[in-house]
Design a protein around this ligand. Structure first.
Ligand code: GLN
Length: 489
């Protein structure tokens, strides 16, 4: 076996197997990290998943891992972080020009927890500016390409994390999901992406978009790998008052328990108008696969689904306009040159630093929250949100998980939806109700389209029942065996 083969085989292994091989000293963390760096050097010029690769830092951490006894279940394994997750000493921009040059003093809690579990931080991945978008095209820095078809989008906003994992540049990554930004790119890139229950994972040190919706979660090539990453980052954090004090169960223990007797609901409203027929067919096939494996599948209804998008774009933009007020040219990042007074510092720094989509959202949100409109828009949207949460409560009396597509379409061509914000917003119509209700959800690969593009199935669960969601996803993964389908970059 030549070195080339060795490198390939090192990168072909799952995160779980790699961690086990490092622990057994069959391979070193330095070797694995070097293999990732070589792969990045070879293909990331084409994929452009990474905004920043910290080769020096990663190799130092890898050498330290090799010199110490196993620190945790991710000991020595390279991972990547979406660039809205703070890394001490390593620039963090949220994909925005306004944060160019911002170097956090502290790790986000999720970063610190990954390190405590032994992981090696390889670099920071591209995203839509402040995670606002569905294609990663709103990044202030670069376009990321879908490894399965380089002319296509990887989805978004965690498109860099999805593309990096899919193309074998890293074993797993974190993303964030406010309205679908983990699950939708996972679906478009043939990887597993999990949004935990709101409160399961700390957001301390994660750059806020819409705080009542944001959650951080894993993207990985297998369900087990996603479970391992989730395990490392979950649980109460004294630095985030919204993190839940619930006990964290073992996410891997029941993974292979199968779906015998599990009740699965197929919501009629999630077969939306304009959905690609192949995607709808793939989801019906996934339902049949799970039925054959012993699940009980029935149709269910989530009647308020059609109001979710309007409510989401009022709540998300309202919260964003408030969260983004802190980028004033004084405290962080970009500051306009030659401003004559404080007002000009604010105006010009924000005008120069924010991109068009972020400005659109700040204006929409500020309008919706302003005196005289607040009740008509924001408060009404919150009422709709309650109705959507109740729809789910009613359905979860009857079934254990809900199955649908994660994205109504397969990956589309870069540029195709850029002129039409509504067409772009529609790409999250199947994922954003979950965030309004705060529920856990996963996207797991389920099919390959006739054009050779990935299709993901979304499974949603009751609050804090990630265990069941993961078990159902694992059952589908086992039957469909798509985790070995790698892109040819
Ligand atoms: N595409 C949605 C939005 O732009 C969701 C983004 C996300 O989940 N971060 O708001």
């Amino acid at each position: 076996m030549g070195t080339g083969d060795r490198v390939t085989s090192v990168l072909d292994a799952s995160l779980a197997d790699t961690a086990a091989r490092i622990a057994a000293k069959e391979v070193t963390s330095v070797e694995v990290t070097k293999a990732c760096l070589a792969r990045i050097a070879e293909i990331d010029g084409k994929v452009k998943a990474f905004l920043r690769v910290d080769a020096e830092g990663a190799l130092r951490e890898a050498a330290a891992a090799d010199a110490s006894s196993p620190r945790g279940p991710l000991h020595g394994v390279p991972v990547a972080l979406k660039d809205n997750i703070n890394t001490a000493g390593l620039e963090t921009t949220a994909g925005s020009r306004i944060l160019k040059g911002f170097v956090p003093l502290h790790d986000a809690t999720v970063t610190a927890r990954l390190r405590a579990a032994g992981a090696v931080v390889l670099g920071k991945t591209n995203l839509d500016e402040f995670a606002m978008g569905s294609s990663t095209e709103n990044s202030g820095y670069q376009l990321t390409h879908n490894p399965y078809s380089l002319e296509c989008t990887p989805g978004g906003s965690s498109g860099g994390s999805a593309a990096a994992v899919a193309s074998g540049q890293v074993f797993g990554a974190l993303g964030s999901d406010t309205g679908g930004s983990i699950r939708q790119p996972a679906s478009l890139c043939n990887v597993v992406g999990l949004k935990p229950t709101w409160g399961r994972v700390s957001r301390s040190g994660v750059i806020a978009y819409a705080s009542s919706l944001d959650q951080v979660g894993p993207l990985a090539r297998t369900v087990r790998d996603a479970a391992l990453l989730l395990q490392a980052i979950s649980g109460k954090d004294p630095h985030d008052a919204t993190s839940a004090s619930r006990a964290v169960p073992s996410f891997t223990e029941a993974l292979d328990g199968g779906v015998k007797g599990l009740r699965i609901g197929l919501p009629r409203e999630y077969f939306v108008e304009g959905m690609e027929p192949e995607v709808a067919a793939a989801i019906r096939e996934a339902a049949e696969t799970l039925r054959a494996a012993g699940a009980v599948v029935e149709d269910v209804s989530l009647p308020h689904t059609r109001y979710a998008m309007a409510a989401y774009y009022l709540i998300a933009t309202g919260e964003a306009s408030s969260n983004l007020a802190r980028y004033d040219g004084v405290r962080f990042g970009h500051r306009a040159a030659d401003a004559k007074n404080l007002r000009e510092v604010y105006d010009r720094s924000r005008a120069e630093g924010f991109g068009a989509e972020v400005k659109r959202r700040i204006m929409l949100g500020t309008f919706a929250l302003s005196a005289g409109y607040h009740d008509a828009y924001y408060v009404k949207a919150q009422r709709v949100r309650t109705l959507i949460a109740r729809d789910f409560e009613a359905v979860f009396q009857k079934v254990d998980v809900v199955l649908s597509a994660a994205s109504p379409a397969c990956a589309w061509k870069l540029g195709e939806k850029l002129e039409d914000p509504l067409a772009m917003y529609l790409m999250d119509v199947l994922t954003l109700p979950t965030n309004l209700a705060g529920l856990p959800g996963i996207s797991v690969p389920t099919a390959k389209s006739s054009a050779g593009l990935p299709i993901g199935a979304q499974l949603l669960g009751r609050p804090f029942d990630e265990v069941t969601v993961l078990r159902a996803a694992r059952a589908l993964e086992r039957e469909r065996s798509l985790s070995d389908w790698r892109p040819n970059v």
